[in-house]
Design a protein around this ligand. Structure first.
Ligand SMILES: [Zn+2]
Length: 161
């Protein structure tokens, strides 16, 4: 059993979503079915709504009756942002969770939020006014600037992979 060591957040949007739905059952780890609050009749006992928690903590909703997920959220008083950890998608990009068999593709996909985060920071650092302050403070020169830009481009490639 592998454990990923990452930033840990207590924010699990799925808890909030599941507690707002009726007839919830767990079908697999991190996957649930529930009654669709939009199109199912009050006395209906079927579960047409699929709820899945992704590795980054955000939640996917799918109604097999064809309802739009935004409508489903609206019916339980929630909004799109409630599908994401509450400090924003990137800030809480990961939390500790058991990892099963992961393919290189899974690993790349899991790295994308971190690559995005670093890219965002690098983007700020590379702004001329910020770079000037930082390079003076840390004693960096133009060569370091190119290295950082190169690293940023590598991350861009990872994000697009
Ligand atoms: Zn529905």
């Amino acid at each position: 059993m592998q454990h990923k060591r990452t930033a840990i957040t207590d924010s699990h949007p799925i808890d909030n979503i599941l507690s707002s739905l009726e007839n919830v059952i767990e079908t697999q780890k991190y996957q649930y079915r529930a009654k669709c609050p939009v199109h199912q009749k009050a006395n209906s006992s079927s579960r047409t709504l699929s709820i899945k928690e992704e590795t980054d903590g955000h939640v996917l909703l799918h109604c097999f009756g064809g309802c739009d997920y935004v409508e489903v959220l609206g019916a339980i008083g929630l909004k799109k942002c409630d599908l994401y950890p509450n400090d924003g998608f990137i800030a809480n990009w990961a939390y500790e969770r058991e990892l099963g068999k992961r393919t290189p593709r899974d690993i790349i996909n899991d790295c994308k939020p971190s690559a995005t985060l670093v890219q965002v920071y690098v983007g700020h650092i590379l702004k001329p006014e910020n770079w000037k302050v930082l390079s003076e403070t840390l004693g960096l020169d133009d060569k370091d600037l190119w290295v950082l830009q190169g690293a940023s481009e590598c991350l861009r490639e990872l994000l697009d992979a």
